[in-house]
Write a protein that binds this ligand. Structure first.
Ligand code: PXL
Length: 270
């Protein structure tokens, strides 16, 4: 138990396990008191063909006003898919007004994958995210997000030297420790951690198939273990183990619904 109270700021997608429907149960299962601030309410995530989005940002400001009166403070923040530049502005005020001294701020930029932006986003959103990560202590981008944030070219199956050079460029643009997720090299998948000018690599077995929501699952488990242990590689390893167990428990043709982390969590708590 950390005794820490975390605030996670992300969208609430009603169908398709991702964002808040992953972060809340996973952080709670690791014994962390978790508060939520939804940025938007979607019918389902945007990898399904049809979706609606109710912009929740006006209510974020009302919520923050009540929190100020209650004098709430948080020990840590985990941000994922925010959905709009307006939600990014609200998140900045949230850090300013509700962070305890020394609070950890972890941000998954969560705006793209496989070389492309998610449908709701454009370059303005990327620029707003580049500004937001100035406030972060740890960021969890995938390679697509590293490329959009740096302007580097996205390449499939890029050699590790290229991945590292892009990450080093990103390190010039943010003070945060970088944990690049989903690096793939010779049948392995893992994280490239860049901290204090040095790289650390954490690798796991690459399972076949592409599954939605694994980045959000990784971020939630990583955050829980990082807050408890203070170790970046340990947090990566624990999060990889949970993602792998979840994928193994997922039926192959249901990938858009997210992975079966519910089964994996129940198993790991036995
Ligand atoms: O898993 C990332 C994510 C979160 N939230 C929404 C999304 C996506 C990715 O597509 O659409 C709404």
């Amino acid at each position: 138990m950390t005794g820490k109270r975390i605030l996670t700021i992300q969208d609430l997608s009603c169908v398709g396990q991702c964002s808040l429907t992953v972060a809340l149960p996973v952080l709670s299962a690791y014994g962390i008191e978790t508060c939520v601030l939804p940025t938007g309410i979607l019918s389902n995530h945007t990898a399904f063909p049809e979706w609606t989005c109710f912009d929740f940002t006006p209510e974020m400001w009302n919520i923050m006003e009540a929190w100020r009166k209650n004098d709430f403070r948080f020990d840590a923040f985990l941000l994922g898919y925010l959905g709009s530049a307006a939600a990014i502005d609200a998140a900045k005020v949230c850090f300013r007004d509700f962070a305890k001294g020394g609070a950890d701020i972890l941000i998954d930029p969560a705006f793209g994958d496989y070389g492309r932006l998610y449908p709701a986003f454009d370059h303005k959103y990327v620029a707003a995210m580049a500004d937001l990560i100035q406030s972060a202590h740890v960021i969890l981008p995938n390679f697509t997000e590293v490329c959009f944030l740096t302007g580097m070219e996205y390449r499939d199956n890029a050699p590790i030297e290229y991945l590292k050079s892009c990450i080093a460029m990103l390190a010039d643009l943010t003070p945060a420790v970088i944990v690049m997720t989903g690096a793939e090299q010779s049948g392995r998948i893992g994280e490239l951690i860049y901290s204090g000018g040095k790289f650390t690599e954490v690798w796991a077995k690459l399972l076949p198939g592409r599954f939605h929501g694994t980045g959000d699952l990784f971020a939630a488990a990583f955050t829980a273990v990082y807050l408890q242990s203070g170790s970046l590689p340990e947090a990566c390893k624990a999060a990889n183990d949970l993602v792998i167990e979840s994928i193994k428990a997922t039926e192959a043709d249901t990938h858009c619904y997210g992975v079966n982390f519910e089964y994996a969590l129940a198993k790991f708590r036995k």
